[in-house]
Design a protein around this ligand. Structure first.
Ligand SMILES: [Zn+2]
Length: 314
């Protein structure tokens, strides 16, 4: 009774909301509550945590995540969780402010990019505009999850945090992470083999600069219409140069993405006669994809199939 009263008092103070839920967790009633930002983190956390965790996404389906800012109710949800997993400081710069206001003893905040080497934001073979949107401090590319070995590191980081949070189930988390790590390693080998012998190694993308890590991993050259942030318009000179390049190299395919309207990609396709193919940056799924059971693995498989077609691989 005394405990219940305390909880009510704390509820009114709002901040230490989790004090009640954590007590429930310790009593064995609750599962570890995990809140994540982007879909890959959500997918990795549910694979590793299985039935011992409850995972939720704070960025709603279909919302452009680069310009996302959490609302007060999102802050409350994060504060109630046991584990909060974000991608990295370049993807979610708002986390730095969030961390100052929370009780770190109770809520574990996980930077999923721990141990990952960042690449600079922007492609290297042209005068790409970096940091146009102003959301990414330090000019590093936030899209680390699109390199499969990085994804594997992210899975291990999430597993280690879960093991520390819930030591009773540590073995369970470790095994799940290892089994999923094997699947990722197999997918990486499939990409390597599938992209080893292709008509071209350069791909053109009518979207924002999201595939730098993927291109780097498999030795591809990557040209995107937009800069790193999805909310700025591409410069007309950049589009003209891209159209010229596609024409002069006889490129047959151009990629579009899930976040930006395909208008720009369609314009380039119309101008050059190239065919449009989808390349999914797997930031944040649409409601249909989410309900249709799409996973990081299934979406990367689709990306590989489209890349193989676009690059004319044998
Ligand atoms: Zn992006």
């Amino acid at each position: 009774m005394k405990y219940l009263r305390w909880c009510v008092v704390l509820l009114f103070l709002i901040l230490p909301l989790g004090a009640c839920t954590q007590k429930e967790q310790a009593s064995g009633k609750g599962k570890v509550q995990i809140v994540t930002t982007l879909f890959p983190l959500y997918d990795f956390a549910r694979v590793v945590g299985g039935d011992r965790v409850e995972v939720s996404l704070i960025i709603p389906p279909g919302v452009e995540p680069h310009s996302f800012e959490p609302k007060p109710e999102d802050m409350v949800r994060i504060n109630r969780a046991g584990l909060f997993v974000y991608t990295n400081p370049y993807m979610e710069p708002w986390v730095a402010g969030l961390i100052k206001g929370i009780d770190r003893k109770r809520l574990t905040v996980v930077d999923a990019s721990t141990g990952i080497a960042f690449l600079p934001a922007g492609d290297h073979d042209d005068d790409h505009d970096v940091n146009e949107g102003g959301h990414h401090h330090g000019g590093m590319d936030p899209h680390v999850w699109l390199s499969i070995p990085n994804a594997r590191k992210m899975v291990d980081t999430i597993a280690a945090a879960l093991e520390a949070k819930d030591p009773t189930n540590a073995d369970f988390y470790r095994k799940n992470a290892a089994a999923y790590g094997d699947k990722l390693a197999e997918l990486d080998r499939k990409f390597q083999a599938g992209l080893s012998s292709c008509g071209t190694r350069r791909f053109f993308h009518g979207g924002h600069y999201a595939f730098g890590y993927l291109a780097d991993r498999y030795g591809l050259q990557y040209v995107s219409a937009y800069a790193i942030s999805a909310d700025a318009e591409p410069r007309p000179q950049k589009l003209t140069a891209m159209i010229d390049q596609i024409r002069s190299t006889g490129t047959k395919y151009i990629f579009y993405e899930e976040l930006i309207s395909p208008r720009v990609a369609e314009t380039i396709a119309r101008e050059t006669g190239a065919t449009l193919l989808k390349l999914n940056g797997i930031h944040n799924l649409s409601r249909d994809e989410l309900h249709g059971g799409a996973t990081y693995l299934s979406l990367m498989e689709q990306n590989l199939a489209n890349l193989r077609m676009g690059l004319q691989c044998r």
